[in-house]
Design a protein. Structure first.
Length: 756
């Protein structure tokens, strides 16, 4: 059946330009190096920079390979090289699953195989449609080769150029991109990818009005009729119905991961659908699959977590889903893993509110509080394992969690300390409206989260003192207090009716979640409603099928249930699982998740090496065990930026040594050139040992090398005392943030010490 030539009226949303940030510039002048090729020939690129222009400096510079599970796609391009076509097909499949970094790598590989293929450069631009400057640079290269391209390929160039052009408004760019896709669909009605991307455009532009979702769904139907496992069609349908009518995306949720088994995002997105439908068991399956696929790829490619799109988002969501199911230990493991993973000063620094670490800290503390693991919470805080940041909103969350723990342990002094801390933070929030030294009369102007946390802890203090009226006056001002915690407070105050009412509301809001249902069982029992308590326990048995049975709340419930189970009329629980119907494709022929990769991220081992330094002494990485090792790959004495880096780190040798860090610099020059640099006549001291790697063997092992252009790159690697790589930066420019290395080295020393 031929698809209709429908035109979908929507606009294209181009995300903000995320170009490279400003570079650090030092006041000190580096020693005068031997003139580089770029200085003697201004037209030549600087060391480490691409010969093709600025757009090629960022992004992947390691060669691609054909990977399994990238999606069944064929996107014809004008090329005589079948291998180039294979990488283009792979790249388009990766685009449909937002695997942008790897998509760019695939298209770069295609361009290396066939440098005249315009579509290869178009694909690089598509991989960077959120970065207008880079996209334009790639499109300029594609346009140079458009004379050999087909009409269809030229239309794709025209469409994307309209979407990223410098002139006009953002709205006109969106419309240009959409109009270009419409032209492709009109002239080439069998182009499934253009139809799928039209739906993506409409969904991305939902802020301006998405139009008819049903019409868009019908367009996706035409794609799936032609190719039932088209990854883009399944992906965009999930997004299209997310938060609106998720049940309409159930079939795509069941099939998306199968259509692109090797892409983590294809596993993650169905979790959105199942979470919206309160099917947490199915959501956990998908999100865990995403984590495992990510970790396997990261370990194979020596990739850092902060280099992966949506990595923190998926894992913190997985943690929450585990928590709903009562899998508290798995939730804690995932959250702690996020806290302990590598940081990057430009992507997820210690005080970055959107960092993986913050997601991990919040989820970790949340699970410990939710399941009343108070001793573990206090211990994780005492040892610094939770590693709280100094940003005020997180400090409020910290004080709330610790206050809850102290209240549960009847520690009045500890609770009072956390109340005072929240007041201090609230005063800080009001600082702009206060005179110097003035204390606020009230905290009404503080954030709602801060006021809620303060009211909750004040209520717990009043409740412990027996002042019931004051306690519930405070709880009424705490909108973010967990409903099951409020219900238990009512039980303590013997407000049985209110306790049941609040507990049932918690179960309704947290459908198929273990904590509120367990609380309801306890509360009904305390209220003397034994039959109702037994009925709720029946639901809990299936809901908590995979829950950790040693959790305090579940141990208490099991104690209550023991007499019920001794009754001869009591039957075993149903085999059905709450949160998973088992009646659709989601639970059919499932893949064993452990086969995909590890649940948690772990650092990969540093490649061993041994070379002779400029003094003639052997320098062996293995000999540095027990210390952090900072390895600086630099591009020889002709690179002025490298000289700047080596001087900067040399001046900080004492500070780094005090943090258990040894340094070594590896040059792309030969040993004689490295000796001349080390023993320079300018009086500049390079304090670290200097090694030579003129054959670039180590550069390649550590991937500080551009496979596409055959040149070495600047590389900075921080290796922990156990010989594992905990930070890496490979780029066109050397890494200059010494303060970050100092901070991260201190953190790594603590991590490895506590792991013993």
């Amino acid at each position: 059946m031929k698809p209709a030539r429908a035109v979908i009226l929507a606009l294209f949303l181009v995300a903000m330009n995320l170009g490279a940030g400003p570079r650090l510039v030092l006041g000190d002048e580096p020693i005068k190096p031997t003139p580089s090729s770029s200085e003697s020939n201004p037209a030549a690129p600087a060391p480490g920079h691409s010969v093709h222009g600025e757009a090629f400096n960022d992004g992947p510079r390691k060669s691609a390979r054909i990977l399994p599970g990238m999606g069944k796609i064929h996107f014809p391009a004008t090329t005589s090289k079948p291998e180039a076509q294979a990488f283009i097909d792979q790249g388009v499949g990766q685009l449909h699953s937002f695997y942008y970094y790897e998509a760019e790598r695939s298209f770069r590989q295609a361009a290396k195989i066939d440098a005249d293929c315009a579509t290869a450069y178009w694909g690089m631009a598509m991989s960077n449609s959120f970065n207008l400057k880079r996209a334009r640079g790639f499109l300029a290269e594609a346009r140079k080769r458009a004379g050999k391209a087909s009409r269809r390929e030229v239309l794709y160039l025209d469409a994307l150029e309209s979407g990223v052009k410098e002139s006009g408004t953002e709205k006109s760019r969106r419309q240009g991109w959409l109009s270009g896709l419409e032209t492709i669909v009109h002239e080439f009605p069998d182009d499934l990818d253009a139809r799928a991307w039209m739906v993506m455009v409409a969904w991305q532009n939902s802020a301006d009005g998405i139009g008819s979702r049903q019409a868009l769904d019908m367009v996706l139907d035409t794609v799936l009729q032609a190719e039932p496992m088209h990854p883009g069609a399944h992906h965009y349908r999930i997004h299209l119905q997310d938060g609106v009518k998720p049940d309409r995306a159930l079939k795509s949720a069941a099939l998306y991961a199968r259509s692109a088994l090797g892409i983590a995002h294809a596993w993650h997105m169905p979790g959105h659908t199942y979470t919206a439908l309160k099917r947490y068991a199915d959501a956990a399956y998908q999100q865990e699959g995403s984590a495992r696929v990510d970790h396997a790829a990261m370990y194979a490619d020596r990739t850092m977590p902060f280099e992966i799109h949506n990595y923190a988002h998926n894992n913190q969501w997985l943690c929450t889903t585990y928590s709903h199911l009562g899998r508290a230990r798995d939730a804690i493991a995932v959250a702690r893993n996020l806290v302990e993973e590598p940081r990057d000063p430009s992507k997820n620094g210690p005080n970055d509110g959107g960092s993986a670490q913050r997601s991990g800290r919040i989820r970790w503390a949340e699970v410990l509080s939710r399941y009343e693991l108070w001793d573990e919470l206090l211990e994780a805080d005492r040892t610094g394992a939770l590693d709280w940041s100094s940003i005020p909103v997180e400090q409020v969350q910290k004080a709330l969690a610790l206050g809850q723990a102290h209240a549960a342990r009847n520690d009045a002094a500890g609770l009072a300390k956390q109340i005072d801390r929240i007041k201090e933070l609230a005063t800080g929030e009001l600082k702009g409206s206060l005179k110097k030294g003035e204390k606020p009369a009230s905290f009404e102007g503080a954030s709602s989260a801060t006021r809620s946390a303060l009211a909750e802890l004040e209520g717990l203090r009043a409740l412990a003192a027996g002042d019931i009226g004051a306690a519930f006056d405070q709880f009424a001002k705490a909108p973010f207090m967990r409903k099951e915690a409020l219900a238990r407070a009512h039980i303590k105050a013997r407000n049985y009716g209110l306790a049941e009412s609040v507990a049932r509301a918690a179960v309704s809001q947290g459908e198929n979640q273990v904590p509120p249902l367990a609380a309801l069982v306890e509360i009904l029992h305390a209220a003397g409603k034994e039959k109702d308590a037994q009925a709720s326990y029946r639901l809990l048995e299936t809901t908590a099928r995979w829950a950790d049975k040693d959790l305090p709340v579940l141990r208490r419930v099991e104690t209550l249930a023991a007499p019920w189970k001794r009754d001869k009329s009591w039957s075993n629980p149903s085999e059905s699982v709450a949160g998973s119907t088992g009646s659709d494709e989601a639970s059919i022929n499932r893949i064993e998740l452990s086969s995909l990769g590890p649940l948690l991220w772990s650092p990969f081992p540093a490649e061993p090496f041994q070379l002779v330094d400029t003094a003639g002494a052997p320098w062996k990485l293995e000999d540095q065990r027990g210390k952090c090792v900072l390895v600086l790959f630099f591009l020889g004495g002709k690179c002025p930026h490298c000289m700047q880096q080596l001087q900067l780190f040399s001046k900080e040798e004492r500070a780094l040594k005090s943090r258990n860090v040894v340094m070594v610099a590896i040059s792309s020059d030969d040993l004689e050139a490295a000796k001349r640099l080390k023993n320079n006549q300018d009086g500049v001291a390079f304090t670290m040992p200097m090694l030579a790697d003129p054959k670039l063997e180590l550069f390649k092992k550590y991937q500080a090398y551009d496979d596409f252009e055959g040149q070495p790159l600047h590389g900075t690697f921080l290796i922990d005392p156990r010989g594992k790589v905990r930070y890496q930066r490979v780029s066109a420019e050397p890494f200059l943030d010494v303060e970050f290395i100092k901070s991260e080295a201190g953190r790594l020393n603590r991590l490895t010490a506590t792991a013993k």
